[in-house]
Design a protein around this ligand. Sequence first.
Ligand code: HMG
Ligand code: MG
Length: 298
Amino acid sequence: HLPKHVTLKEVGPRDGLQNEKVHMATADKVQLVDLLSQTGLNYIEVTSFVHPKWIPQLADAVEVLQAIKREKDITYAALIPNLRGLERALQANIDEASVFMSASESHNQNNINKTVTETFPVLEEVVLGAKAAGKRVRGYISTVIGCPYEGYIQPEQVLRVADKLLEMDVAEISLGDTIGVGVPTQVERLLEELLKRYPAEKFAMHFHDTRGTALTNIVKSLEMGITKFDSALGGLGGCPYAKGASGNVATEDLLYLFDEMGIHTGIEMNAVLEAATFVEKKLGKPVASKQMAIVRNE
Ligand code: HMG
Ligand code: MG
């Protein structure tokens, strides 16, 4: 009863790098995205158009997007908080706009400096503007299971935000366990609530692996009909405005799981490992994935 095909959405160049202290040169970011474009992935979140003071690492968003070699079947996306960000993103000719907010009040305020209620009209402007420019729009909801300030988050809080984003007619919602606290029973409870109201195609899951529960949460999500998963090569990532958040589930570890389960992704393990090796060299430290640990030990 498990799906035969799934889609991996690579967020390494954005979520992966946004929390890295070592500054990566623009040319290296471009090379990284170009390597990822050769892996069989069909979705890459390249960067973000947030305020450069908040996320200095991604201040070169326009330059990176303008320099990458675009493959025709790949969607190159970016994170966008407001109209100012959308302006810059359209200049850089993104394929898809990702708007984002949190299910929890305090993470939303710490991350984007607004209450949840104040955020809706800001995102709505971005959604309308992006659509008017012919772009697909994705919505992220962060802290869907736990918040670094408020603890466990009830599914009803997530539903409230999902309702609004889907009213804005975003194409899909990525549900983020931002600080990686979730376990399968909580994922089940959350998805049960959302899937009463909306079809599984409307959702992607975005797990951070802080406590080693990402893969088990992904299998639970698969069993519940979800077929889209965000991941970051090397298991990089984290949100600087969510204390205790560590890396995303690693693309290569997720790929191992799907390959061995006979679930098709279209992605080449060796090509992902090559990109992860490149990142490791540029950041000057070993990345966190299990697959890369195996490569290092060979
Ligand atoms: P603010 O300071 O409230 O913004 O920041 P403002 O609207 O009051 O504007 C202040 C000044 O900033 C103005 O300039 C604006 O033009 C400028 P001034 O008039 O004073 O000269 N400004 C901008 N400049 C460049 N680009 C922009 C922009 N916007 C305003 N886009 C803001 C509000 C949202 C911008 C800020 O809080 C911010 O950038 N936050 C981003 C934080 C962030 O990137 N967090 C990580 C990503 S979320 C995440 O990782 C979770 C996720 O992975 C899912 C998961 O894991 O759960 C997605
Ligand atoms: Mg994230």
